[in-house]
Design a protein around this ligand. Sequence first.
Ligand SMILES: C=C(O[C@H]1C=CC=C(C(=O)O)[C@@H]1O)C(=O)O
Length: 380
Amino acid sequence: MQSTAVAESAETSADLPPGAPFILSRPHGTVIADGIRTGYDSAHDAAAALRSGTATSVVGALAFDPSHPAALIAPQTLRHHPGSWSPRLQAFPRVRAGASIPAEDEHISRVAAAIHVLREPEATLHKVVLARSVVLHADEPLHPHALLAQLVANDLGGNGFSVELSAAGTGWSGRHLVGSSPEVLIRRHGDTVTCHPLAGSAPRHTDPEIDRLTAENLASSEKNLREHTLVVEALRASLEPFCTELDIPDRPTLTSTPQLWHLGTPVSGRLRDRSVTALDLAVAVHPTPAVCGTPTDAARALIGELEGDRGFYAGAVGWADADGDGEWMVTIRCAQIDADRTTVTAYAGGGIVAASEPDDELAETTTKLGTVLAALGLPR
Ligand SMILES: C=C(O[C@H]1C=CC=C(C(=O)O)[C@@H]1O)C(=O)O
């Protein structure tokens, strides 16, 4: 059995070594991994190592497509700090916005084509999440932790993550995934399982009255409630076999980021079998219809056809320890930083249902891209 140093620190401002391969900052605590004992490109191998005690903790990222390599490691040390990370902000190199992939018109056409399929009288596809990316160019290498620091500082809850992706193998060496996700895929603490699926969005407004009305409209929007229900029902089906009790409110509540309002449902359950780890649960529930669609296989096939490989966007990042506890976030509001650190690709998608409108869906992705763009000092 390996021994990984697991430290609990009382410091509020966690020290982040520049080479740390993993950090997850959350309002209730920050987890930092340092050093790499073993890399795993298979989530199943990592989960087995954790169960057998070969690894005493596992951190990293799952790709959007579960058949693609994961970027997981058993770290040398895993440190837990109370509260979110208090970053020291660093100066950025100049960053310029490049191409949208696909072009905005093409994204609108793809959404229109998906809506056509969803509206067919005999449609078996009920929802698909379509995404686009924007390529950004930095004049000088951009350290992933510099972007992370700004994302954490901008987020009200101090959410943020940075993961080194080399463990995924060829093509991923030296690349990073950095973001500030508001969506909890799964959290396990003892026998308590929680998650907070989000689906259904509206942009924030600087005028408080318009902002309030926007939120109210979102809470009663049939189209957004439909998008949301599909995610909650998929999670119910995935979690039921693992839980003796499952508490799922009938209606979602409003939750917000600096850029968006979302519909969210706080789900909680009691774990049937304590040998099931947070990583096992993440693998079991990913990808939810918040990033893929309903039914999963048909939606994933359409995404593959229209977008190609998403890499680690719309996957999951998180940690699990020897007790099986851990937390995994959905990798949205994020960017992949290439190995030379001058090319940064930011991603955003949105759930499409029969009642969606293509222009609104383009606007929604633009708003979501604002999380990363604002952190880099770029206008939306
Ligand atoms: C897929 C993304 O967001 C998901 C999470 C919240 C709301 C969503 C929506 O309203 O479409 C998406 O399901 C993204 O930000 O790239």
